[in-house]
Ligand binder design. Structure first.
Ligand code: HEM
Length: 364
């Protein structure tokens, strides 16, 4: 049986939930990170034409939807956070502790990045000079890249248990530059593909202030970002596998060939669906492109897990998964579900009330 289907049922369930929610976390996070970087590029590209920048359909959608995208990334991040703590508790917590303040700094960076997204959306941002716009979006993107780096550092420390005593004694993290750079390029490159896939879907299907029928045909240029992202992703992924600790040995088996092979097929399918302007701007291919992307991210996540499982004593953790599987809390779940659903209903009611009292002009 290929990994992860060779795991006992409880571990398999946690692993599949981890993988699926890790993919949704990444899709939402990619939208925001590539979105900020695209605004940096567009601010420079349209430095002499502010109107062209602000009316560009892609920039409009990004500025409008990135705060929501970050909320989604954080919410979808909580789910794999829960599952990784069940799957590899000792590794995850030890890495948190060894990183110390370098781990805690993620929270203020995330809060600052969240508020900056609202600055990008504001009328104040529109009045800035082109280099100030590029600077604000660049700082925002930089914060996201830094947060991604912290997750990478945590992941790399967590999968090197042999290095923990030295790290504790010296305070120096066991991170090789080539590992960090290649892993960062993996997610940064594919982020542009996710962003392009999501934005074209938004332009095709969302109305009421998000898009008009004229918008999608005008954004054929997004395919260049997507194609470049897919190319760099392939190179960075192979490098990241090669320089990981068990390296190609971790994927040099039936499971590795299966997930890598499937990933390559889905990668190739996306190149086909992005290669022509007509396909990039046609409604017919949007669902297929998103499906291939999600499938490829899933395959990549399984390969990432194959490498982690080969670096740590995963078999020793399986009894703990069984124990976690026996923990019950259904009545507590019901109580919190009622409270949360109640609070959400109250928020919706509250917003509807204020909207009815003072209708919002979506265009302004
Ligand atoms: C926008 C800010 C964020 C960025 C840019 C980001 C980026 C990343 C990246 C790049 C990874 C993969 C690291 C690697 O394999 O090298 C990752 C993993 C992960 N992220 Fe995020 N993340 C963000 C916010 C969050 C938040 C707020 C949460 C939780 C609430 C979260 C939960 C996770 C989890 C659970 C993993 C998997 C960790 C593991 O398996 O070792 N992320 N994130």
């Amino acid at each position: 049986m290929p990994f992860p289907f060779n795991l006992p049922l409880t571990s398999l369930t946690y692993m599949l939930l981890y993988l699926a929610t890790f993919v949704t976390h990444h899709l939402a996070m990619h939208f925001v990170v590539a979105g900020c970087l695209t605004i940096v590029g567009a601010s420079i590209w349209y430095r002499r034409d502010r109107e062209a920048l602000l009316t560009n359909p892609v920039i409009r959608v990004l500025r409008d939807w990135m705060p929501f995208g970050l909320s989604a990334a954080i919410t979808f991040g909580v789910a794999p956070l829960l599952f990784v703590q069940i799957l590899e508790p000792v590794n995850f917590y030890t890495a948190n502790l060894l990183l110390g303040w370098r781990w805690m700094v993620v929270i203020p960076a995330l809060i600052a990045a969240f508020y900056l997204l609202y600055v990008l959306k504001s009328a104040w941002f529109e009045r800035l000079a082109w280099w100030q716009r590029a600077l604000v979006a660049g700082v925002n993107a930089g914060l996201f890249v830094f947060i991604g780096f912290c997750w990478t550092a945590n992941h790399l420390v967590s999968s090197q248990p042999d290095a923990w005593p030295d790290t504790f004694a010296s305070g120096v993290l066991p991170l090789a530059m080539v590992q960090v750079v290649s892993r960062s390029l993996v997610w940064l490159s594919i982020a542009f593909v996710s962003m392009a896939s999501v934005v074209t879907a938004q332009l095709a299907y969302l109305r009421e202030g998000t898009a008009t029928d004229e918008d999608l045909p005008a954004v054929g240029w997004l395919r260049w970002l997507a194609l470049a992202g897919l190319g760099l992703f392939a190179v960075a992924s192979l490098t990241a596998i090669g320089v990981s600790m068990p390296g190609f040995a971790a994927v040099n088996n039936g499971s590795g060939y299966l997930w890598l092979g499937l990933g390559v097929l889905l990668w190739g399918g996306q190149i086909v669906l992005w290669h022509s302007e007509a396909m990039a701007t046609g409604r017919g291919w949007i669902g297929a492109r998103l499906g291939l992307l999600a499938g490829m991210l899933f395959c990549g996540s399984v390969v990432r897990e194959l490498i982690r499982v080969a670096s740590i004593d995963f078999a020793a953790l399986i009894p703990q998964h069984e124990e976690a599987g026996n923990v019950q809390g259904f009545s507590l779940f019901l109580v919190t579900a009622v409270i949360v659903i109640g609070l959400m209903s109250l928020s919706v009611w509250w917003v509807r009330q204020s909207y009815q009292a003072e209708p919002v002009d979506i265009e302004s």
